[in-house]
Design a protein around this ligand. Sequence first.
Ligand SMILES: NC(=O)C1=CN([C@@H]2O[C@H](COP(=O)(O)OP(=O)(O)OC[C@H]3O[C@@H](n4cnc5c(N)ncnc54)[C@H](OP(=O)(O)O)[C@@H]3O)[C@@H](O)[C@H]2O)C=CC1
Ligand SMILES: N[C@@H](CC(=O)OP(=O)(O)O)C(=O)O
Length: 361
Amino acid sequence: MQLTKQKVGVLGATGTVGQRFILLLAQHPNFKIHKLGASSASVGKVYKDAVKGRWKQVVGIPENIASVPVLECTVENFKDCDIVFSGLDSGPASTIEPAFRKAELRVFSNAKNFRLDEQCPLVVPLANDSHFGILPHQQKAQGLQKGFIVTNANCSTTGIIPPLKALQDAFGSLDKVVVTTLQAVSGAGYPGVSSFDIHDNVVPYISGEEEKIEAETMKMLGSLSSDGTQFQKEPVTVSAQCNRVPVLDGHTECVSLSFKQRPPPSIDQVKEVLRNYTCEAQKLKAHSAPAQAIVVHEEEDRPQPRLDRDHQNGACVHVGRVRKCPVFDVKFVVLSNNVMIGAATSSVMNAEIALAQGYLN
Ligand SMILES: NC(=O)C1=CN([C@@H]2O[C@H](COP(=O)(O)OP(=O)(O)OC[C@H]3O[C@@H](n4cnc5c(N)ncnc54)[C@H](OP(=O)(O)O)[C@@H]3O)[C@@H](O)[C@H]2O)C=CC1
Ligand SMILES: N[C@@H](CC(=O)OP(=O)(O)O)C(=O)O
């Protein structure tokens, strides 16, 4: 039986993340693009004209989307959508997303604004979908029947959460996590960092990024109270250092960590746990879920952004160089596609999980 597809709106549809939404949703079994929104610079144009000279994907604009008009991001324009995906800049997201929620719309957001909100789930779909359990509380607290905001994480946080969660589930609480990032230029949107600044260079600062990785990790590794009304942060110490590097897509992260458990697990045990890790999105057979959530590499020079970022349509995370750390217990390298699982794919997979778990009824 063919089920009716959910009508979806995409806010920020013309941007770096928005373009990935278009590609993921143009032919989706559960969702059908119904409305597109962006800034006043794009409003009034059809999609292909709004992104003229700015469509940066290796495939063309899907034919069924090219002539869809781009609208102003108002409740009035989007009120007949079942779901709204937001790839808005954080400035406009701060007012538009809560206004949409208030109008009983379900919002799946990439923006940073509500990630640490006590009523909003912050979910990496390969790891902590149990945090959707806060949604009835959010709706009750906001006096709503259907509307809510679900957020997905910062793109660098997203990469490290699945391996950290896998290790926490298997070996108990982590003690300390140190992460150094090498972040792709697409993380800064388009046109982002100027070519003059990034060519032949590394920029050792990304505004606000280190604080986000530290705080978001504690929320996502934490738990939801049994009555579904409160998040309990995981008391893990996280230290992040963030760098921008001349890579187009794909954030690389060098991670060292220690366990509370003494003695710590062996390197072989760590690898086995990472390799065998499965998540709810896979069990639910969510359309965007990867067959392998964490791909563990044995080659000593992998993962690499150019070679590995598009594996499984960028929906998994890669871990390589798992080895003993002389300072902490274990160290490894993570690679994740920042615009796919780090952004649009996470939002879409979150909506697929929410649909399967009955949160969109
Ligand atoms: N790039 C990445 O790797 C990641 C990004 N994010 C987050 O996702 C969001 C989008 O990022 P990204 O796609 O990179 O950014 P871009 O700058 O590439 O795109 C921003 C989008 O927002 C729209 N927009 C800007 N101002 C307004 C406004 N006042 N009203 C309505 N729409 C507006 C733009 O429309 P127009 O084209 O008309 O100007 C465009 O569609 C941000 O919040 C970002 O922090 C999260 C994780 C990873
Ligand atoms: N700051 C990230 C991308 C991003 O937009 O993050 P956030 O959604 O947390 O603001 C990067 O530069 O790679």
